[in-house]
Write a protein that binds this ligand. Structure first.
Ligand code: G3P
Ligand code: MG
Length: 237
């Protein structure tokens, strides 16, 4: 099974920072998952929440700060003093480091409830700049972003994120013109997985953090997992 380090290896370092991304590669993960937003001045920046309240030493919405302001905050100390001084990264800064490594990447666009109207174009432009389109999946809980990404660039692979167990996940996939299903692992079941397999659609599931969860997903034949603890799974086949 393919293993993506979720928000970097966030079980061991502050999520979505260079420390967590470096840690993911130390565990030799197949890929990294990260989340993106737009700053006030239009930079694609890596962070999970719409605010920086939980993961920095400041408070406020990402969209209300310029990149320069965001860079002045500490995104590591909340996790532990050893990580003091970790800065927010732009997607370009991340790819400058990550693209030459030829590993897989999942970029989750965090649209909704705040909508960044041109984030899809910006993400795709950056992926092209770093020649990383072929190894990347763009995912989102906001499926219109995925439909738009596909309209902008038919080559880009996309995955629909969802937490519930829809009646027909494949119908959602078709409506978004997406390539992969990215369900919460607890919404998986045999009928769901058999239907996807029969349609030739791969399932990448989040967030698998225990061996029991891993075995459950493996038994159902999922293609990839997102995990906070890649060290637990990376040696498994
Ligand atoms: O891509 C899987 C996972 O990242 C989705 O949820 O909230 O951790 O971004 P979240
Ligand atoms: Mg995510």
């Amino acid at each position: 099974m393919i293993v993506y380090a979720h928000r970097g290896a966030r079980g061991y370092a502050p999520e979505n920072t260079m420390a967590s991304f470096e840690r993911a590669l130390q565990f030799n993960t197949d890929g990294i998952e990260l989340d993106v937003h737009l700053s006030k001045d239009g930079h694609v920046v890596i962070c999970h929440d719409h605010t920086i309240n939980r993961t920095s030493n400041a408070q406020g919405l990402i969209r209300d700060f310029t990149l320069r302001e965001l860079k002045s905050y500490d995104f590591g100390s909340w996790y532990g003093s050893a990580f003091k001084g970790e800065q927010i990264l732009t997607l370009s800064e991340f790819l400058e480091w990550y693209a030459p490594k030829n590993k897989l990447l999942n970029i989750e666009i965090k649209n909704g409830p705040i909508i960044y109207s041109d984030i899809e174009e910006k993400v795709i432009d950056i992926l092209h700049k770093f020649n990383a389109v072929g190894r990347t999946i763009i995912s989102s809980f906001y499926h219109p972003s995925l439909k738009k990404a596909k309209e902008l660039d038919n080559q880009i692979k996309t995955g629909i994120l969802f937490e519930c167990r829809p009646i027909n996940p494949l119908q959602m996939l078709i409506e978004a013109n997406a390539d992969y299903l990215h369900p919460y692992w607890q919404s998986l079941d045999k009928a769901f997985c058999q239907h996807a397999a029969a349609s030739g659609v791969s399932i990448n599931t989040y967030t698998i953090n225990t061996c029991e969860e891993y075995n459950f997903a493996a038994k159902l034949g999922v293609n990839a997992i997102f995990t906070d603890y890649p060290a637990l799974f990376i040696t498994r086949t």
